[in-house]
Write a protein that binds this ligand. Structure first.
Ligand code: ATR
Length: 287
């Protein structure tokens, strides 16, 4: 859609900070490719303006917004309705304006799982998963993984109490919480999928790795939620050991794809979205 007009539907990502968000580039490209008459921008919203900003969605007739750090939890109290997944996770990253009714969704976890399955060709059912990290990002991921009936989820975190809290919230799948120090050779080698949910290895600390994979004896799937850098040192180590690797870029693309689908009721042009984000990240790393 090259021409914006009075029929164009407005969307935005709101957060603080917001300057480096890749969402506007990805979503406007998706709207264009799909012939959807929409426009997507970003707004820096301070915490004390969050309520006013959400009320503005209704007042200005926006189609919806994405919500990012630090508002994903607080925004829930301003939604008229919250999807059960988002309620279980305790965070909202997408709001749909359904004729003035603001409905909160969480597309982060389901976006991650769709990306993991489609990009690695794996099934989660009956798999043993080791999750490293128990922060905000891990909440959505663990919940979405649990819906796929894995055999077991082991949550390893530096702060054991946070791993225990996360494990306590999962009821349908056997879940175990351990401290990061006790990730042993046996635990690594019982795993089918190992996932880094921490920020360890993210730019600018690109030489750090979340756990040691030295002792891995069978090739497993190793996945990192980080997408800056596109391939972390940890993923390079895993690849060198013959593991199938999966980067965090897919999670970002698919959380956007789900939001796109909720808003437009059309199938998201996932590969085009990936391409434009990938190119932007490449250009950014050259700056
Ligand atoms: P996010 O919303 O991105 O998940 P977060 O909620 O702050 O951010 O969570 C960050 C995760 O990375 C946590 O699991 C954190 O461990 P703690 O719960 O012990 O804080 C983990 N993390 C961050 N820096 C770490 C480090 N240097 N070593 C190990 N774990 C780290």
């Amino acid at each position: 859609m090259d021409v914006l007009n009075t029929s164009s539907i407005m969307f935005a990502v709101i957060g603080d900070p917001i300057k480096h968000s890749m969402s506007p580039i990805m979503m406007n490209h998706a709207f264009n490719i799909s012939g959807f008459n929409g426009v997507y921008t970003s707004s820096l919203v301070k915490s004390d303006q969050l309520g006013a900003a959400i009320e503005g969605i209704r007042a200005l007739g926006f189609g919806g917004v994405n919500v990012t750090i630090p508002h994903k939890v607080d925004v829930m109290s301003y939604c008229d309705d919250i999807h059960e997944d988002a309620r279980a996770i305790g965070a909202v990253n997408t709001i749909v304006n359904d004729n003035g009714k603001l409905i909160g969704y969480n597309t982060d976890g389901i976006g991650y799982v769709r990306s993991l399955m489609e990009e690695t060709g794996t099934d989660i059912k009956d798999k043993v998963i080791v999750m490293v990290g128990a922060g905000g990002a891990a909440r959505g991921v663990v919940y979405a993984l649990s819906l796929q009936q894995p055999k077991e989820i082991v949550i390893a975190n530096r702060t054991l109490a946070k791993a225990e809290q996360l494990a306590d919230g999962i009821h349908d799948v056997p879940t175990r919480a351990i401290s990061l120090d006790s990730v042993s050779h046996d635990i690594i080698n019982e795993a089918d999928i190992i996932i880094n949910n921490t920020s360890v290895g993210m730019y600018p600390h690109i030489d750090e790795t979340p756990i040691n994979l030295h002792e891995i004896v069978k090739p497993v799937i190793v996945s990192d939620l980080i997408y800056n850098p596109l391939e972390t040192k940890w993923l390079r180590e895993a690849k060198a050991k013959g593991c199938v690797t999966h980067s965090g870029l897919g999670m970002f693309i698919y959380q956007g794809a789900y939001a796109f689908e909720y808003w437009t009721k059309k199938q998201a042009p996932v590969e085009e979205m990936r391409k434009v984000v990938y190119e932007s990240l490449q250009n950014r790393s050259k700056e």
